[in-house]
Structures are given as C-alpha cells and as structure tokens.
Design a binder for this molecule. Structure first.
Ligand SMILES: CNc1nc2c(CC[C@H]3O[C@@H](OC)[C@H](O)[C@@H]3O)c3nc(N)[nH]c(=O)c3cc2[nH]1
Length: 376
C-alpha cells in the first residue's frame, strides 16, 4: 500500500491524499461504508460502484468468521470474489465486536474467549488467529487485534489496557510479517492507538504505534460514548504524533459534523454505521441538515429528497413517498434511505477534499458545521 499527499489546508491540519492498494486508488479524506457481514445492508454492490462511487467498503472479522466461515471464504478465493467487489476492502480485527456483541467473554494475555451471538458456540481469538483469519478473508487493509478500551474507565484500567494492546500488536506484526497473502495480492496491517480519554496515555500509545513504522495507522477507543470535545481533543493529540506521511484512520466516526471536525485535525479515513443503520429508521442526512422522514410534516411534501443531488434516487423519490415506505417498513424504504445517506457522506468528504485542494476548506468547514446539525 502507498500513500501520497496532494494538498495541505493552510488554516487547519486537513490534507488531501491518495491511498493506493492492490484493488485500486482511494482519494482521501474518504468515508468507508460498513459492510460488516459482506454486504452494505440494503445496497447492492452495483449501486455502491455505479451510483455512489464508493471506493472502499468494510467487512468484519468477527461476523465473517462466524458466518459464512473461513472454509467458504477460502473456497471462494477470498471476500472480494465471494461478494463480487473488486475495489478495496478493509476489515476490522474483531476486537471491538467481541466486546460489543458476544455474550460472555474472558480476556487473557493469550487472547479473548467468547461465545458466538449466533449459536452460543465457544471461540478463542488470539492476535495470531486474528491475523490468520484476515489473511483468509483477504482484505486489502487489515486491523491489529486490540482491546477497544471501554468508556468510561478509570486511568488504571486504561493504562493496563494499552499495555495489553501493545503486547498484542507485537504478536500481530510478528504473525503478519511471517505469513503470506493467500490470494496473490498484498495486504497491509494498521495498528490501533488506544488510551481512552487520558492525554498522557494517548501520547504513550500514539508514540508506540508510530514507532512500529507500519504503512498506515488507526485511532481506536473513540466514538464509544465520550463527549465530542473529548473525541476531538484525543484525536488532535494523536494526529500530532502519528507520521504525516501515513494515512490516519479514525474508527467508528461518525456524524457529518464529527467527520468534518476530524478532517480538520488531520484524519484521512472514516467508517461509521450511522448512515446505514439510521437510514433504516428514517434519519436522512442532507446538505441542509437532518430530516426525520417519519415526521408527519413530510406526509404531503412531494418535493424530491434532494433536487441538487446527482443520485437518481434523490431526484425521483419524493419525501412523501419515502415517508410512506419507511412508515410501512417496506424494503424499498431502507434501500432508498441508505443509498441517500451513503451518497451524502461520500459527497461530503469529496467536497472536503476539493476545498482542501483549493485552500478554502477552513471557511467551508465552519459554514457547514453550522448547517449540518439543523433539524429540518
Ligand atoms: C462505533 N464506534 C466505534 N467503532 C469502533 C470499532 C469498530 C469498527 C467496526 O465495527 C463495525 O461497526 C460497529 C464495523 O465493522 C467497523 O469496522 C473499533 N474497532 C477496533 N478494533 N478497535 C477500536 O478501538 C474501535 C473503536 C470503535 N469505535
């Protein structure tokens, strides 16, 4: 994987770059639709490519390992082939899901024992196994097996947690650097900075992660319930330490406002379930603010979702019709709302990139941040 920089914003730490992977180029800042179990829910791969030009999507080790399982994925020739997606894929290591999804789990030095949320079967994820699994899935960018420090937690717990994450990272690097890709194209391992909301621990973790000299770096342990100001403060501390010549990926972030504020702090890559998950509940993100399409006010509003949008669904779907679909829990409602939100997120980061290149990002960001939170 390679990363090149095209522009730095003069009034912030925002930058425009290009990540080059075996499955194609990604212009940054970028938003990565979450396709946890090998599908971006309610959206077809063709729409991702042709309608919203998504450059990279996410898969998740925990989910894919449990279903469809490693045997099927290997026999398919990896996740790209299995789902019919020939652009880049990033997989998270499963560390987060083991905490958020599985019922009972035990965390030991060796790894994490957990019980599947699907059939209760018992499993052990070690740093080594998380690498082997991601080799079998075959994503272009894979994540280290870490402990996403829960929030809130006391200083002692956070300090112990980063030590474990750092020891596990060494084991991930050792395993990754002594195994080969399974499907003939290169994969890249990103380490993950932790440290909860404690500045000194964030500095310590960021310095350790930077010292590993990997091709890209991730910021974890945020967007876990902490106030936005804490998220920004920790992101700023970490971005000032992570090398500028490597891409920075802030995991699980966030709202449109979170994304713009973190781009200004030097973050290049984002993923979040909000545009997909909230779409299914009728929450639409637009360039003028947020629409709750279930609200009665849209009942007889026959204007298009977004007349200025280049997305076909935005032009031909009225607010009234989408309200009807979402209210009736029609599948088409989820499809249109999800496609709209993902198109908006990708439009937003593309606009940010263009403003960074033209040197207008700072003004534009401050204007947008005032609008994007409006309840329409
Ligand atoms: C929502 N906030 C948030 N998500 C986070 C994720 C999961 C993202 C992954 O989880 C799934 O979305 C919930 C998708 O598959 C995505 O790739 C994290 N994963 C790891 N390994 N370490 C972290 O510190 C971490 C922090 C997060 N904060």
């Amino acid at each position: 994987m390679k990363f090149s920089l095209q522009a730095n914003d003069p009034l912030s730490k925002a930058r425009a770059g290009t990540v080059t992977t075996a499955h194609g180029e990604i212009q940054t800042p970028i938003f990565m639709p979450v396709g946890t179990a090998g599908t971006v829910k309610a959206v077809h791969q063709r729409e991702l490519k042709d309608d919203i030009d998504a450059k990279i999507i996410l898969g998740n080790t925990y989910h894919l390992y449990l279903r469809p399982g490693l045997d099927t994925l290997e026999k398919a020739g990896g996740l790209h082939k299995f789902i019919g997606w020939d652009r880049p894929i990033l997989t998270d290591s499963g560390g987060y899901q083991v905490y958020s999804l599985s019922k009972v789990r035990k965390i030991k030095e060796e790894g994490v024992t957990f019980y599947s949320h699907i059939d209760g079967s018992k499993h052990l994820f070690t740093p080594e196994y998380a690498m082997d699994i991601q080799r079998t899935i075959g994503a272009d960018i894979i994540m280290a097996f870490d402990e996403c420090t829960p929030y809130p937690c006391d200083y002692t717990y956070a300090a112990q947690s980063i030590k474990m994450t750092h020891r596990w990272l060494k084991r991930c690097c050792e395993r990754f650097d002594t195994t080969e890709p399974k499907y003939g194209f290169d994969q890249t391992l990103f380490p993950i900075v932790q440290g909860s909301v404690y500045k000194d621990l964030r500095i310590k973790s960021a310095e350790f992660i930077a010292s590993m000299g990997r091709e890209g770096n991730a910021i974890g342990g945020l967007s876990v319930g902490e106030p936005a100001e804490e998220m920004y403060a920790m992101t700023e501390v970490v971005c000032d330490i992570l090398p500028s010549e490597k891409p920075r990926y802030l995991m699980g972030v966030g709202t449109p406002i979170n994304i713009l504020e973190n781009i200004a702090l030097g973050v290049d890559m984002f993923d979040c379930v909000m545009p997909t998950r909230n779409a299914r509940n009728g929450m639409l993100f637009t360039r003028n603010g947020i629409i709750n399409i279930r609200n009665k006010k849209w009942e007889n509003d026959f204007s298009p979702l977004d007349a200025e949008s280049d997305l076909y669904a935005d032009q031909v779907t009225s607010k009234a019709y989408l309200r009807h679909l979402v209210h009736s829990k029609e599948m088409l409602g989820a499809q249109i709302a999800t496609l709209h939100n993902l198109h908006f997120y990708l439009w937003l980061v593309k606009q940010a990139r263009e403003k960074i290149i033209s040197g207008e990002f700072y003004e534009w960001k401050n204007k947008m941040v005032k609008i994007l939170g409006n309840k329409l």
